[in-house]
Write a new protein. Sequence first.
Length: 362
Amino acid sequence: MTKTSAQMPADDTPRRRVTQADVARIAGVSQAMVSLVLNGSSSVRVTPETRQRVQDALKSTGYTVDIMGRRLRGGSNKIIGVFTYESVFPSGVADFYRPFLLGIEEGAEALGFDLLLFTSPGRREGRRRVYDKGANRLGIADGCILLGRHTDRQELARLVAERFPFVFIGRRESPTGPVSYVGADYVSSTHEIYDWMWGLGHRRIGLLGVDEEYEPTVDRRLGYVAAARRRRRVPIVLVEDDPAVALRHVKEHRLTALLVESTAMAEAVRCLAEADGLNVPADLSIAVLGDSDPTQAAVRHDAAGGDTDWSMFRIPRREMGLRAVAMLVDLLAGREPEGGRHVLLPCELATGSTVSPPPTAR
């Protein structure tokens, strides 16, 4: 058999990359015709015989698409990137990020896109970065899904300014323009859980938050303050990293119910309260504003070694992943996404076992 220059040599010498010109020469057509077949273009009619010759040549040469070249020429690779500011591996059953990734994978597969996970090469000072030596590492993908609690505001601003197509999972803001996002409605969900406690008879409900100004924290605080003022109550917001100090403030304010942002802090306060003679929930009701956070997902056990059935609202993480992919694909196609570019999904109240009527109501 005569060996063409585009076929693999008999020895182990690395071959040069097969080009469209090689495929065109073998198939006896123009390079433009090869491009038409590869891209599935309908602008020019291609006879079945010609299409088959091109496909046979592609198969015999092992031709692969130069995805970087296609991106540089403004084409689509049908690849969606996934970038996380925090590590997502290893992934356990209770891992915070796992439902997001399942939704992203399901959405991408349904819409015919591959996924490309970006991890650590851009890491600096212990933090993951989108930009490495001034270059946007996400550019190999058509667009990207971003997620992570501790984001880099400057990087988001730069992505928006460069008009790189991306969707953030979680509400985010940027001074350079609006960020497309699919988030959880923390404002309404916090308001709802406050009203539920109020309906049980609680009149002194506090919020134990974290000392940061990221959008999820701001939204939970807004929901709590709005709910308290609607009931004509003075909001009691505690920002404290030490659970012992937090419990002391709870007792000083004579709170009967506490909304807590972190599962780890809720568990620490509960353990200290019960060691001090306070029963949860009989003397102090505690509700968590969301599922376990990613940095403390393993802290889920009570003093006896069993699982705590926390009263909380559940974040629709799988649905958020699905909607984020659909939004990004719409943006890539030049369509306005269904529901707009700023979507907040409702959370589900899980009553659990750590909230009950206060002693006075009983």
